[in-house]
Ligand binder design. Structure first.
Ligand code: HEM
Length: 326
C-alpha cells in the first residue's frame, strides 16, 4: 500500500515538473537575430526613462502571462468581437502597464529580422531588463519560446487573488510547478510598483461582521491607506486611485519582507506569508539579506519564465503581438 502511494506521488511530481520545460536556450537568437536583446533593452530603457512605472508593469505582465497557458504571450492578444482575451480578464484590464513597450520592441524587431523573435521571448527579456533597471540582479534569459494562438479571459482565474490565504497561494504556485519557497521569493516583486485601491480596500472598510478593519493590518499604515483611498459619499472608492507598493516603489530591494513583520503590506496574500513557520523564516531571512533575495529572485524568475512554454514547431511567431497570425 505504502509502495503504491509512493509511486503515485512520484507520478504526480513528474507531471508537475513536466509543466516547467527545459527546452529553451540562452543565446537562442545569436545567429538569427543577433541584436534582438539589445533592441529590446533599448526600447525598455527608453520607456523606463519616460515612466519608471513601466518596469513593475512589465514584470507583472510576464507573471500573468506565464500563469495562464504558460509563457506564450497570450496576455498580449487583443480581444475581438467573438473573443474576450486574457488582457480583459478580471485581474488584468486597466491594471496592466507596459503593453506598448512590447509593441514598440516588436515593431523594431520585425524591421530588423522579420518573423524571428517571438512576443513571448520579448516579454521575458523585457521583464529581465525591467528588474535590472530597478536595481535587481541580471540573469541570462533562456529563449526560444513560441507564441500561443489562444487567449481567454475566463482562464485568468489561474492567477492568484490578493485575498488568497497561504494554502491557496501555495496551491496556485504548485499548479504551475513552483514551490512554496519560490512563491515567497517571487512575491517579493511587490517591492516595486503600485496597486489600485480596489485590490485591498476590503481590508480597510467593512472587513467583517465584527471588525471594520483587518486586524492584521498595522493601524497607522491602515490610516495612511484610508487617506490615499478615501470613500465617497456613496461609500465607494474611486477605481482609478492607486498607491505605491512600499516606500521605494522603483527599487528592487527587500523591504517588502521587513514590511510584513510590521503588518505593513497591501494584500492579504502578502501578509499570509507569515502564516507558517517555514514561510515566515524565509521572509525573515530575506528581510535581513537583500542580496540573497535578489539572487534567488533571479533564479525563480528563470524558472517561472519556462512554465509550459511552446517550442519547436508549436505555436507561431506572431507578426503583431496583439493579433494571432491569420
Ligand atoms: C503571490 C500571489 C500574487 C498576488 C495575489 C498578486 C496580486 C497583485 C495585485 C492585486 C496587484 C495590484 C494590481 C492593481 O490593482 O493595480 C499586484 C501588482 C504587482 N504584482 Fe503581484 N501578485 C502576486 C504575485 C506576483 C508575482 C509572482 C510577481 C512577479 C514575479 C508580481 C509582480 C507584481 C508587480 C511588479 C506589481 C506592480 C504592477 C505595477 O506597478 O503596474 N506579483 N499584484
Amino acid at each position: 500500500m505504502k509502495m503504491k502511494l509512493a509511486l503515485a506521488m512520484i507520478v504526480v511530481a513528474c507531471f508537475l515538473s513536466s509543466r516547467i520545460q527545459a527546452a529553451l536556450q540562452v543565446g537562442f537568437y545569436l545567429n538569427t537575430c543577433p541584436f534582438a536583446e539589445a533592441i529590446i533593452r533599448k526600447e525598455v530603457f527608453k520607456s523606463f526613462l519616460r515612466d519608471n512605472g513601466i518596469a513593475p508593469g512589465i514584470v507583472r505582465l510576464h507573471f500573468h502571462d506565464c500563469f495562464v497557458r504558460g509563457c506564450d504571450a497570450s496576455i498580449l492578444i487583443d480581444s475581438t468581437s467573438t473573443n474576450q482575451a486574457e488582457k480583459d480578464g478580471p485581474p488584468n484590464g486597466i491594471t496592466l502597464r507596459g503593453l506598448e513597450v512590447i509593441d514598440n520592441a516588436k515593431a523594431r524587431l520585425e524591421a530588423a529580422c522579420k518573423g524571428v523573435v517571438s512576443c513571448a521571448d520579448i516579454l521575458s527579456f523585457a521583464a529581465r531588463d525591467s528588474v535590472l533597471f530597478t536595481g535587481g540582479q541580471y540573469w541570462n534569459v533562456p529563449a526560444g519560446r513560441r507564441d500561443g494562438r489562444i487567449s481567454r479571459a475566463s482562464e485568468t482565474i489561474e492567477i492568484p487573488a490578493p485575498s488568497f490565504d497561504l494554502d491557496q497561494l501555495t496551491q496556485s504556485f504548485a499548479n504551475k510547478g513552483l514551490t512554496q519557497d519560490e512563491m515567497v521569493i517571487l512575491s517579493g516583486a511587490h517591492t516595486i510598483g503600485r496597486s489600485r485601491c480596489s485590490s485591498f480596500t476590503n481590508r480597510l472598510y467593512n472587513f467583517s461582521t465584527t471588525t471594520m478593519q483587518d486586524p492584521n493590518l498595522n493601524p497607522s499604515f491602515a490610516e495612511s491607506l484610508k487617506q490615499q483611498c478615501p470613500r465617497n459619499s456613496q461609500g465607494n472608492v474611486d477605481q482609478n486611485l492607486a498607491v505605491f507598493m512600499n516606500q521605494s516603489p522603483f527599487l528592487m530591494e527587500s523591504s517588502y519582507y521587513s514590511n510584513l513583520f510590521q503588518h505593513g503590506s497591501l494584500f492579504t496574500s502578502d501578509q499570509a506569508l507569515l502564516d507558517s513557520q517555514e514561510t515566515a523564516q524565509d521572509a525573515a531571512d530575506y528581510a535581513s539579506n537583500g542580496f540573497a533575495w535578489r539572487r534567488d529572485f533571479a533564479q525563480a524568475m528563470i524558472k517561472m519564465s519556462q512554465i509550459q512554454v511552446l517550442t519547436g514547431d508549436q505555436g507561431e511567431i506572431r507578426a503583431n503581438c496583439r493579433v494571432i497570425n491569420p
